[in-house]
Design a protein around this ligand. Structure first.
Ligand SMILES: C[S@@+](CC[C@H](N)C(=O)[O-])C[C@H]1O[C@@H](n2cnc3c(N)ncnc32)[C@H](O)[C@@H]1O
Length: 188
């Protein structure tokens, strides 16, 4: 339901922008060293662009894609150098062997993972993190299809070389302990 998703995220971003823009993701911060020294990074479902902004400040070019016009507008306002696109990732056409890195934070679209291998350059890095199904216990409003099973992120990346993988807990902005899985993988 991409149209409903776009509307929901547009409303949320318009309402919460000040709180939501605080920080880029800790896992990206801690593991950006795995990325090639320079190049083009795709930010999948980039939201307000805080992860993209961090990568720009580290010297990368960033192409950010998100279905939310409000999110992309705010991202461009704060980080004008992002090459930002409003697009539904269910229908986006990806260029082959193009990206030096891909980041995919808190957006799960399972059929993208084979495409990640296709669009990464050889040696390119994927950094991904998202919520696991057990998070429903503390946040019942989550949609189960958007959440990972134990070990699922590893399976989704099976055609890539796994450099790091973890399952663990993060504290949300509202103080909830959410279960997440995180991965760093390389195209051989
Ligand atoms: C939880 S936010 C994650 C934002 C950002 N990656 C982060 O780490 O904060 C999920 C994002 O997915 C975007 N999204 C949802 N469905 C999408 C789709 N079909 N195509 C592209 N973006 C989508 C939403 O607009 C929203 O910005």
């Amino acid at each position: 339901m991409p149209i409903e998703d776009a509307q929901r995220w547009n409303q949320r971003y318009q309402a919460e922008v000040k709180n939501a823009l605080v920080n880029h993701r800790q896992f990206l911060h801690d593991n950006a060293k795995y990325l090639p020294k320079k190049g083009v990074i795709l930010d999948v479902a980039m939201g307000l662009g805080k992860n993209a902004g961090f990568l720009l400040s580290s010297g990368f070019q960033v192409i950010g894609v998100d279905i939310s016009f409000a999110g992309v507008s705010i991202a461009k306002e704060h980080f004008p150098e992002i090459q930002a696109l409003v697009a539904d990732l269910n229908h986006w056409i990806f260029p082959e062997n193009y990206f030096d890195g891909i980041i995919n934070f808190y957006y799960l679209q399972r059929d993208l993972f084979p495409k990640f291998k296709y669009i990464l350059k050889s040696g390119g890095i994927l950094i991904a993190e998202t919520l696991m199904k057990v998070s429903i216990k503390v946040k019942p409003e989550l949609t189960p299809e958007h959440l990972l099973d134990h070990g699922e992120l590893l399976s989704l990346c099976q055609d890539l070389e796994i450099l790091e993988y973890r399952e663990g807990l993060v504290k949300s902005r509202r103080g909830l302990e959410l279960s997440i899985a995180s991965i760093i993988a390389r195209k051989g």
